[in-house]
Design a protein around this ligand. Sequence first.
Ligand code: SF4
Length: 347
Amino acid sequence: MTRRACKQLRIGQVTVGGDAPIVVQSMTKTDTRDVPATINQIKELEDCGCEIVRVAVPDNEAAKSLAPIKRSVSLPIIADIHFDYRLALAALQSGVDGLRLNPGNIGDREQITTVVAAAKERDVPIRIGVNAGSLPTNFQPNVPPAEHMVNMALEQIRLMESLNFDLIKISLKAFDILTTVQAYQMIADEIPYPLHLGVTEAGLPRTGAVRSAVGIGLLLNQGIGDTIRVSLTAHPREEVFVAYEILRSLRLRQRGPTLVSCPSCGRAEVDIIALAEAVSKRLQKISKPIKVAVMGCIVNGPGEAKDSDVGIACGKAKGAIFRKGEVVSTVSEDNLLEALIVEIEEF
Ligand code: SF4
């Protein structure tokens, strides 16, 4: 897979595009005007590996709140702006590292010109974030949705280029996965800017993770995409975990441990589902890139998980700890979890 070539830009201290690693983003779900809660959530996101955070700016008070938030966190902040270009100006004043403008609801040439001038002065990139759900109906009503989204983005890109502004990033999100994929494929060869990928309103964690994995995964596997955000109706840390899982599955990024767990079957003599969940929870606090296996039986477990670094294989009332498929110790069922964590720490 060859990565699509594009310009590189910086959002705060994070490099995006070109040969930079694909960046994981998320979005806070707190009321931005609640400064302590928002700072807290941004710190939680940073702890689980999020690299850029987007924050909603529904009004001027929220835009002003971005200043104390920005001073208290180290993750780069992107202000999410809809409807009112003056909120973009206020967010820039508050020191944000990036802007997201929705061309579906801020399209006025004069307003965009004003925002671009202020962003340029501060070297702040702008994402043109097209969303299928907020396309104006009077803009090319008979054109298919993917093309419609692309044309809308291109119109705003050309306007920004005419203002000698090229700190641009693009996203073309739709609920429909095939429309999303098609839109990104269409624009990929047309423009030299980084692309931010996402499937919008993806849903609750189970469906949202699958839908995002399919949409984002199809594009990443074609070399398209420089930043990703998995939208889930859940705490944003779940978005970050799913994003890394997608990147890990395509061998694009590795962060923290990989958990391999057998599906369990009639041979298992312990509750593997509960055990795997407990291990998964403990692994969230470990940042080492290690492959950990939780296997249901001692007969097949270690062999099936040979390419794992460490693991446990359960038997009747006890279990074996293994390294690279070789059993290194046997412990009682009660100690399995702790013994595994010790083994991981020593590995
Ligand atoms: S490791 Fe053992 S318990 Fe798990 S699926 Fe394989 S045979 Fe069944």
